[in-house]
Design a protein around this ligand. Sequence first.
Ligand SMILES: NC(=O)c1ccc[n+]([C@@H]2O[C@H](COP(=O)([O-])OP(=O)(O)OC[C@H]3O[C@@H](n4cnc5c(N)ncnc54)[C@H](O)[C@@H]3O)[C@@H](O)[C@H]2O)c1
Length: 362
Amino acid sequence: MSESIKADHSIFDQLSVFGHQKLVYCNDQNTPLKAIIAIHDTTLGPALGGVRMWSYRTEGDALNDVLRLSKAMTYKAAVAGLNLGGGSAVIIGDPRKDKSEAMMRRFGRFIKNLNGEFITGEDMGTNPRDMEYIRMETQYVTGLPETIGGAGDPAPVAARGVVMGIKACVKEQFGTDTLAGRTVIVQGIGHVGEIVVKLLRDENAMVYVSDINEERVRVVAKKYSAQPVSNNSIFDIDADIYAPCALGATVNESTIKKLKCAIIAGSANNQLEDEAVHGRMLMDKGILLAPDYVINAGGLINCYSELMGFSKKRSMQLTENIYDATRNILKLSKQENIPSIEAANKIAEQRIADIKKIKTSY
Ligand SMILES: NC(=O)c1ccc[n+]([C@@H]2O[C@H](COP(=O)([O-])OP(=O)(O)OC[C@H]3O[C@@H](n4cnc5c(N)ncnc54)[C@H](O)[C@@H]3O)[C@@H](O)[C@H]2O)c1
């Protein structure tokens, strides 16, 4: 888990860094679709992961993102105790300008050809409507609207889990898990971030909000009586908790130097630019990191419920367990004097190794 992917390596080299099983390039000039599906590990079950649509600067950036996201899904499902493997997909393009019904349905046909090895759902830049389009072509999709038998938007469940993780860290750092009076910076107030803000404000935390979309900052700050801050100045604020809820890799060499918080806990996947280096740097600085894939697993739990026929109530109950899961990881981190992300990886890898003993692959 500590290796990083180098853009100049061959594709097979890059697949070997994290032990990926399969990579599918989906190209269709008519719709036009350029997508990559990465399947990391199917020991525990079919690979489930969202499809992200983003204006990647280069194809290498898209590949890097999908490899990192799919690996995180394997670990997320493993720690959450779900019978799912890890996979992910990215579509290259601007979701506001380039998306169409035909593109999403064409993407659905690529998933169909994988015969259930990969199941998708929402991620940044995609929504329940897109999942409906994919569903027109394949059954291997989750996050469908409740009106057509799905479990609905996973974001509220993901947000609940994030707040459970925040509470577990607050308990560790401050001795009590009450959020009243704690200060939190939420970076990225989209589907998940906005609900994180709401839940924090419901418990009387003081919340700063930032986003590259200034209109959203204005609207969300007003709606929840939060403090708007510019994206450039978030690391100058003296807050208890930094909650990254946008893109990954925001915790890196330069931001760790500036961070003044006691806790990092948010929904964004792959928050650490380099797990081994930055996990240790945070530990040395006394900043507690809630491993992202542990506390943002609510979205995946909701999708799993959709597959297994669970109710919203059951999803929420399973998501509440994130509090204890986070506490256990922080305990192991302390006992073994290892970064929290390493402790989480150990627990995930142990479960995968145990289940491997009873079956060789999905
Ligand atoms: N939606 C889910 O159910 C779910 C579940 C688990 C994890 N996540 C992760 O949580 C994160 C957010 O997901 P979402 O569904 O809320 O996405 P979203 O697209 O609804 O919201 C993302 C928000 O971040 C903002 N943003 C983008 N780049 C930014 C930057 N550099 N600085 C500040 N703001 C920025 C966008 O303007 C947008 O408002 C992603 O990393 C996603 O992978 C989402």
